[in-house]
Design a protein. Sequence first.
Length: 276
Amino acid sequence: MAEMTMARFHEIIIILYAVSLVFYFIDYLNTNKFAHRSAFWILSLVYIMQTGFLIATVLEKKQFPILSLYEGIYFYAWLLISLSMVLQVFSKVGFAVFFLNVIGFIFMSIYAFAPMQIEQSPIGESLLSELLFIHITFAILSYAAFAMSLVSAILYLLVYKLLKEKKWTKQFGRLPSLHQTLTGMKVSIYTGIPVLLVSLILGIQWAFVALDDWLLTDMKIIGSFLIIILYSLVLFLQRRGKLTANDFAWANVFAFLFVIINFFLGSRLSQFHFWI
């Protein structure tokens, strides 16, 4: 019972950590006060939970938990989140805070689903299935976000065409403005990129623990990394003024085609993505 409770505890930490990373990414790219506050308070909750677990471990074992590799991984993850909290409170270095937390999230995921933890735990198979479930859930959520960017892009192109041709139909008043569709594209990508990154981190951790024979060069993994790079490049070019709003919309359309290709063809060519 205690084993299951601790497993759930660390899973909650992982999920909250992932949500805070999404908000940090949105704030970093778009300077959004709501996203910044949300990220900070969610991360604060994660920090309190991690610190509480660390203190409880010290009290139980009567020693500082750094004498094994497994304990050291947790302590390192805790140090990284501590440093990011200090930086956020005293120095406002958003770039450093975001990437520190990405690294901290990776090490926290390794701790929660480490091979030695799985092997020693009587609920090891349950941990593995839940890790896979979280990985797939975040992947699907990222695809949903990218689909929303596609819808916003199509609406932008439609409204732009109607405005240019001065065609005022009865349905025109129900269409969103160009600004709303442009914002929809940006917010969708801001959400999709970090969510897919979290899914990749958890998926690689699952493969490392659960599979005996797999490669980091698997087609689905490569394709997912390329999706992140592609959407990041689109965002970068748009923010630097290299893409007009119209080009940005078309870039979203073509980027989503790559998402579809990766979802179906990448899974067919993958060595271990059989779930579709």
